[in-house]
Design a protein around this ligand. Structure first.
Ligand SMILES: Cc1cc2nc3c(=O)[nH]c(=O)nc-3n(C[C@H](O)[C@H](O)[C@H](O)COP(=O)(O)O)c2cc1C
Length: 164
């Protein structure tokens, strides 16, 4: 399909069908010159082991991504099942998403949110074109599991939990 051709896929149907694919939820954070920035992300994935790389896909129109990309470093915060409220804050357009959130600096200086299951510190390796989203590839510089809890799950527009 060329850039000028209209999409043959209905947007509501795209969302409905893709909503049947469950994802975990991460909050991607970075420390910028204007302070901490972050956004909730479902499009996170492991990419490569050697070199160690991960990826996520922010909307090109996202104001949070505009802030995040001003820092070469970012941190992926993997949300636990009891962190739905934190997810909602970071999916909002709140001016200061960190006002009510406990956090400290991760090893690369990015905000590390209290209570997350794990964190993955990265340096941006490349930013690729992905239609109305960008594809951000990060080189992993540090990663750690904080506790062995259950993850928050996003599925069909709602939040759920896994039972093993
Ligand atoms: C579970 C969940 C997953 C999300 N995943 C993504 C994503 O992968 N990419 C994205 O651009 N926005 C995603 N969002 C939306 C953003 O978190 C958020 O709504 C958006 O950043 C707010 O707009 P702003 O960035 O312009 O402030 C997700 C939201 C939720 C609740």
């Amino acid at each position: 399909m060329t850039d000028n051709s209209p999409s043959i896929i209905d947007a509501a149907k795209y969302r409905q069908v893709l909503g049947h694919f469950p994802t975990g939820v991460v909050v991607v954070t970075a420390m910028t010159e204007a302070g901490p920035a972050g956004m909730a992300i479902g499009s996170f994935a492991s990419l490569s082991l050697d070199p160690a790389q991960v990826l996520y896909c922010p909307a090109k129109t996202s104001s949070s991504w505009a802030k995040l990309r001003t820092s070469p470093q970012f941190c992926v915060n993997v949300l636990a099942e009891d962190q739905e409220d934190i997810c909602r804050v970071f999916a909002s357009r709140a001016e200061d998403k960190f006002a009510e959130i406990g956090w400290k600096r991760s090893p690369n200086g990015s905000p590390l949110i209290a209570g997350v299951l794990a964190h993955i510190d990265c340096t941006i390796s490349s930013i690729l074109d992905g239609g109305d989203h960008d594809i951000v590839i990060g080189d992993v510089t540090d990663l750690e599991v904080a506790h062995e809890g259950a993850p928050l799950i996003f599925y069909r527009g709602g939040y759920g939990r896994v039972t093993l």
